[in-house]
Design a protein around this ligand. Structure first.
Ligand code: UDX
Length: 433
């Protein structure tokens, strides 16, 4: 099929490259000339496992091209996939300005029957609004389909080819079949429903996963108070097939471009519709509190934090990505700097992305050992395998008393660290205090 993809971020570029590698003819729209030039040369402007190869392969096969103007791309388009940003506004509302602008441009410039496939996460009801406001008045038929993505950063290419389900929200059976042609080579259940329900599936999925994380974080906090061990509790709870083992890792909580934005967005939609989504409000609150708990753990063990040296290991919101959006480490570093802490931080990939979000006094170093020199404590904020596998004997020689470890991801080997003389403090794990 002839597909235009609008937006070349984490979702758009993965979709464009995967569709091109499946044999579709893809034109991807990117307004930023610098990014456009990099993409044309086969360079992905962010880190995503396996994406470089897919891009280079698609370019070599002549299946993908890049363009800066959406209106110029529309000539042959059967399907226009929208993967533009839908960031959070300060009140939690979702900023749909990029979506509106793209839809308006399509309505004005489409020259043939076109299907708009919405990949961006938009609040339930958006498709209905767009159809009423824009699509009813076009000179050629334009169909609207909600087709949410469930791609994890760092695993997005794998997730594209191995989805648990493909959700298609559209009332027109012929259009549904055309959209499903995009996924002809993917073996997954195809679930068809109305537009608003499809939009809700995305929010409900992310809100539920966020709920699991905040729930297990509350259980971990309680484990500390009653003397239970979350490492024993969570796996046993997860063995119940009705619950499942995933998203039960306690620690600093969720970050990233989706969960924080989507939980707040759904909360806003609820309030806007006159409904108080109490459970979701608590999920958001618990997640914010976990970051403060990390600072309190440091404070409890070190006393007044002013003038203390603390290293933060990991800046990305999770391992396998250079993305620092809503990363717990960034908030925590700001709290620490406010308390007068001398902070050094490290990350295998995310330092450059983190730099502009951090106070200039934070010393950033790609070498974790350098970041740990003279530290009285460190916080593991991202469980990168290379950080978990540091030479802890060497680290101990670089650090200073009291050799405090706050393991924000419950990822370190407690026994080994304690044996080496560290003072260990996890989240719901018994430490040596
Ligand atoms: C998520 C969804 O998984 C994906 O389906 C959606 O489309 C986009 O948002 P992503 O943001 O890439 O993907 O990250 P994910 O792997 O889901 O993790 C989100 C956050 O939750 C991370 O900060 C991670 O550290 C945290 N997390 C995850 C936990 O704290 N505990 C867990 O048990 C699992």
């Amino acid at each position: 099929m002839d597909v235009v993809v609008v937006g070349t971020g984490y979702v758009g570029l993965v979709a464009a490259c995967c569709l091109a590698n499946s044999g579709h003819r893809v034109v991807a729209v990117e307004k930023d000339r610098v990014k456009l030039a990099a993409l044309e040369q086969g360079r992905v402007p962010f880190y995503e496992e396996g994406l470089d190869e897919l891009l280079q392969n698609a370019l070599a096969q002549g299946k993908i091209s890049f363009i800066s103007s959406l209106s110029n791309a529309l000539q042959d388009a059967e399907v226009v996939l929208l993967a533009v940003g839908t960031p959070s506004l300060p009140d939690g509302r979702v900023d749909l300005s990029q979506v509106y602008a793209a839809v308006q441009e399509i309505v004005q410039h489409a020259r043939r029957e076109t299907i708009i496939v919405m990949k961006s996460t938009v609040p339930p009801g958006t498709g209905r609004t767009l159809s009423k406001r824009f699509l009813a008045h076009c000179h050629v038929p334009i169909h609207y389909v909600s087709n949410p993505e469930f791609l994890r950063e760092g695993k997005a290419v794998w997730d594209w080819y191995h989805p648990d389900r493909i959700v298609v929200g559209c009332g027109d059976e012929t259009v549904v079949q055309q959209v499903l042609e995009l996924y002809a080579d993917i073996d997954a259940p195809k679930v068809v429903m109305d537009v608003t329900s499809a939009e809700m599936v995305k929010y409900a999925s992310n809100a539920f996963l966020a709920t699991k994380i905040s729930f297990i974080n509350e259980i971990a906090n309680l484990c500390e108070l009653v003397g239970a061990d979350i490492d024993k509790v969570a796996p046993a709870v997860g063995m119940d097939q009705r619950i499942g083992p995933h998203f039960l890792q306690s620690g600093l909580g969720y970050g990233g471009s989706c969960f924080p934005k989507d939980t707040k967005g759904l909360d806003y939609v609820s309030s806007f519709n006159g409904y108080r989504f109490s459970l979701l409000k608590s999920v958001i609150e618990v997640n914010a509190r976990q970051r403060i708990i990390a600072v309190r753990k440091l404070q409890e063990k070190l006393g007044d934090l002013h003038g203390k040296n603390i290293a933060v290991l990991g800046l990305a919101f999770k391992p396998g990505t250079d993305d620092v959006r809503e990363a717990p480490a960034l908030d925590i570093i700001k709290y620490l700097v406010d308390e007068g802490v001398v902070v050094a931080a490290t990350d295998p990939l995310a330092i450059e992305n983190a730099r502009s979000h951090l106070p200039s006094c934070v010393k950033l170093s790609p070498d974790p050992y350098e970041a740990l020199v003279g530290a009285q404590a460190f916080l593991l904020a991202t469980e990168w395998p290379q950080l978990v596998a540091l030479d802890w004997e060497k680290v101990k020689n670089l650090m200073r008393e009291p050799y405090l470890v706050v393991d924000g991801r419950n990822a370190l080997d407690v026994r080994r660290l304690v044996d080496l003389g560290y003072r260990y403090c996890g989240f719901g794990r018994p430490g040596n205090f």
